[in-house]
Design a protein around this ligand. Structure first.
Ligand SMILES: C[S@@+](CC[C@H](N)C(=O)[O-])C[C@H]1O[C@@H](n2cnc3c(N)ncnc32)[C@H](O)[C@@H]1O
Length: 327
């Protein structure tokens, strides 16, 4: 077997583990309790997310893929840099289109940042096999740690990409904090490439964030959050006592994925010292996906130290890729 050409650089330290735990505890104390998205992506969670992207009703991956397929050359021209970092890179199947265009134009180093080591190795191996000239230096850890790692760079300008509309998975306060971190990582003139799912009718969104008849990718992905907490914090969630359902809240323009209790019961997370008392029909929030009104999204990002350079919009599905320049 050939050796991997992917360099894996761990960027998180022990302290990060405790920070994650604190974020989880404070999420579980909210009403309804919330499990932050990070806890959905153990190795099994990452595989299950891939299954979601293949559901016929899940338009987001398909639409972004098509936008990148059509516009990768123009985007690569505008990026103008051979150092491309990506937050939450996952399987990088779509980023591949962009990296193909970048390597055609200039020597390129790809710096994927993800908590899933397995995904970093698998995607990095696939990319270096396809593009022998591409260098992959994976930053294994959370977004904040990856960005801190990027701040150590010297010389070459860097592009930060944040695709898959992942920016919508943060709450508004988390989103502001993350955008501020990105702004403070980039130097004036450097670029930020970000995709966002735009506002559309609630029926379309609810059909996309629930399993079509006969399929179970969302059920398993959401229930896996509980299995992950059982495993990591010695918990006793019984998975079949919860069923998942996503609904669209028009006031906050957010799709929320919840797990609803089928009966009254308590759950004990021994290592966190937390007990959850669930009533039949009460829920745990395991997913948050904000949808953006285009001018507001551009104004929000701009207000944090960027100007819009270009945007590529799918007018049918209302989905956009936006290129900003750090001012
Ligand atoms: C929804 S998937 C999207 C993957 C890919 N960008 C795409 O568009 O298909 C989110 C990815 O972000 C990673 N992730 C989620 N939260 C993270 C965090 N706080 N820090 C680092 N990686 C994170 C997950 O491991 C997963 O690979």
């Amino acid at each position: 077997m050939s050796q991997s050409r992917v360099e894996i650089v761990p960027v998180d330290d022990e302290a990060a583990f405790w920070e994650d735990q604190e974020a989880l505890i404070s999420g579980l104390k909210q009403s309804p309790p919330r499990i932050p998205p990070l806890f959905g992506y153990d190795d099994l969670g990452s595989e299950l997310f891939e299954e979601i992207t293949e559901l016929p009703s899940y338009y987001l991956t398909r639409v972004e893929h098509e936008l990148l397929r059509r516009n990768a050359g123009e985007i690569a021209d505008r990026l103008g840099s051979g150092l491309v970092a990506e937050l939450g890179s996952g399987n990088a199947k779509k980023t591949r289109l962009l990296l193909a265009a970048c390597t055609d134009r200039r020597p390129t180093t790809y710096l994927p940042i993800d908590v899933s080591r397995e995904m970093l190795v698998a995607s990095g191996d696939a990319l270096t096999a396809e593009f022998p000239q591409l260098r992959v230096r994976a930053l294994w850890g959370r977004y904040e740690a990856g960005l801190a790692g990027l701040r150590q760079r010297d010389g070459d300008p860097v592009v930060v990409a944040f695709l898959g509309s992942n920016i919508g998975n943060a709450t508004p306060a988390e989103r502001t904090a993350l955008l501020q971190e990105i702004a403070s990582t980039l130097r004036p003139g450097e670029r930020f490439l970000v995709s966002a799912d735009l506002d559309k009718p609630g029926e379309v969104l609810e059909a996309s964030y629930n399993d079509p008849a006969g399929m179970s990718a969302f059920v398993r992905f959401r229930q896996n959050h509980l299995a992950h907490l059982n495993h990591r914090f010695d918990g006793d969630f019984v998975l079949h006592r919860f069923y998942p359902r996503a609904h669209y809240d028009a006031d906050s323009a957010t799709v929320e994925g919840h797990l609803y209790a089928t009966e009254d019961h308590s759950v004990w997370l021994k290592d966190l010292g937390i007990r959850l008392d669930m009533q039949r029909g009460s829920s745990i929030n395991v997913g948050f996906s904000a949808k953006f009104h285009r001018p507001q999204f551009v104004a929000e990002v701009s207000s944090l130290g960027f100007t819009l350079d270009e945007q590529w919009i799918d007018e049918v599905w209302h989905y956009g890729i936006f290129l900003f320049v750090r001012t």
